[in-house]
Ligand binder design. Structure first.
Ligand SMILES: [Fe+2]
Length: 250
């Protein structure tokens, strides 16, 4: 688009168009992923967003410690180049409360939204942002109604789509698409990882974690998104056969 390159604007439509253009040319889906990636791309282009001022807080120490090296190592891609100048300037926050979660996960997973409730562009209908994961972090098996993509910008991660499935090794420039309700797990090894994520569809804010029980059965535990975009546990239930099938783990 004429003139955009000369003015480093982060105003609503201009930034959203640049993100949508960059997503289109950066994310190369497999044939099986194509319909879901098309939905993500179309929603990213069409969603109504409103620019908002973010609080100017200190970044969490994990972000200030690890983000510079991840950005230095980030390979060039159209999506990376739109996100690179924004990354240090986001309202980074810790997603999970350490009183309810393994401390290595609580302190090792940070989010910075570009589009969303805490994003530079406000939206309740689609979220786009960055996840920063420290080394040796496991975000355990979980499922949600939203359609999701993780595009690795820097570092590497292992993503698993079921209790008995093998992990996929996803490196910078690669992605993983998670259909609605598909159970999935993220795990870092010895390296930190910077991911761009997009969530669309049913953003009702329920995130069900799967937990093995001592008797060999499984429960699922509901984390509910709070108004500040953090998550809290609200209920628990046995994992049913129908839910296992819906989660792609039958
Ligand atoms: Fe997810």
């Amino acid at each position: 688009m004429a003139g955009e390159g000369a003015i480093p604007s982060v105003k609503g439509p201009a930034l959203q168009n640049r993100l949508a253009d960059a997503f289109d040319v950066t994310v190369r889906p497999t044939a099986g992923e194509a319909p879901l990636v098309e939905t993500l791309a179309n929603d990213l282009r069409a969603v109504v967003t409103t620019p908002q001022e973010l609080p100017v807080d200190q970044q969490p120490p994990m972000v200030s410690d690890r983000l510079p090296a991840l950005l230095d190592a980030m390979p060039v891609s159209p999506l990376a180049e739109v996100l690179r100048p924004l990354a240090r300037d986001l309202d980074w926050y810790q997603i999970f409360d350490s009183s309810h979660t393994d401390p290595s996960l609580a302190g090792g997973l940070m989010a910075g939204q570009v589009i969303g409730g805490r994003g530079k562009l406000h939206s309740k209908d689609l979220y786009l942002g960055l996840f920063l994961l420290a080394p040796h972090v496991t975000y355990p098996l979980h499922q949600h109604a939203a359609l999701e993509i993780y595009h690795v910008l820097s570092g590497e991660i292992y993503i698993r789509h079921g209790r008995e499935k093998l992990s996929m090794h996803v490196t910078a420039g690669e992605h993983s698409v998670t259909p609605p309700h598909q159970v999935h797990e993220l795990r870092t090894g010895t390296e930190a990882c910077l991911i761009a994520y997009v969530w669309t569809g049913d953003l009702t804010g329920e995130n069900w974690w799967w937990e093995p029980q001592e008797d060999g059965s499984w429960d699922r535990v509901c984390w509910q998104r709070q108004p500040d975009s953090s998550w809290k546990v609200t209920r628990r239930e046995p994992l049913s056969e129908s839910e296992i099938l819906r989660a792609g783990d039958g």
